[in-house]
Design a binder for this molecule. Structure first.
Ligand code: SAM
Length: 218
């Protein structure tokens, strides 16, 4: 017997959760605000020539990172997000900046969409790995699609953040919330990227987030 009210998939629940928050992401981008770790990644990536470079922004949100890089000379960006509203805001920003012809957006889980997505020179995952259960799959699959630079941010590995995340996870489970964050073994990211032929070229931390940039070995 089929249920009349099937449970939404994790991807739909995550999308719904972030759609409710998309306005505040858009508001901060409208004010021209980038977080310290986002600005760090932009500055580090811009040390390389962006001319002719394509971007794959996974969990692209309202487009803060890929739109900033397009405005600095990158040639094309693909944004993928589970949240429809995040994508709508990103499209509106691209239009406002007059660069909508340099963008394409896909709604859904990157891991499901991956076969239909082209490889890119630069891959971005900004505060995404902590929203997704399969860290190994997400990092390995996205690294396989990356030709040059791989940039990501994730929670700083300290007591405060671990306590905060673990508490959020317990509360989310207790109240059967639509969305729960994930605390992973963050050191696995570097191991996976090294196995895929990437080396760390720069990193920085705040008390909340860690940002890292990797370059593909020649
Ligand atoms: C914390 S928000 C960050 C948004 C944006 N990167 C930023 O920092 O402004 C995480 C976003 O990742 C998306 N997301 C998480 N896992 C994803 C996946 N596997 N595929 C596509 N989008 C994903 C969520 O829908 C959400 O919009």
């Amino acid at each position: 017997m089929t249920s009349c009210c099937p449970h939404p998939s994790v991807s739909e629940s995550t999308g719904k959760f972030f759609s409710k928050r998309s306005k505040s992401y858009a508001r901060s981008f409208r004010k021209g605000k980038l977080e310290k770790i986002q600005q760090y990644l932009i500055d580090e990536i811009c040390k390389e020539s962006l001319e002719g470079k394509t971007i794959l922004d996974i969990g692209s949100g309202v487009g803060k990172l890929h739109l900033s890089l397009l405005r600095r000379g990158a040639s094309f960006a693909t944004g993928v997000d589970m949240s429809e509203s995040m994508i709508d805001h990103a499209k509106a920003f691209a239009q406002k900046f007059g660069i909508e012809n340099k963008t394409v957006y896909h709604l859904g889980d990157f891991m499901v969409k991956t076969d239909s997505l082209a490889d890119a020179d630069i891959t971005l995952l900004d505060k995404v790995v902590c929203c997704y259960e399969d860290l190994e799959g997400l990092v390995s699959t996205s690294a396989d699609k990356t030709k040059f630079l791989y940039a990501l941010t994730f929670p700083a590995d300290n007591f405060l953040m671990k306590f905060w995340f673990k508490t959020e996870i317990v509360v989310a489970k207790l109240f059967r919330a639509d969305f729960r964050p994930y605390w992973h073994q963050w050191e696995r990211i570097e191991q996976l990227l090294n196995e895929k032929g990437f080396s760390l070229v720069g990193s920085t931390s705040t008390i909340i987030w860690h940002a890292a940039l990797y370059k593909k070995n020649n």
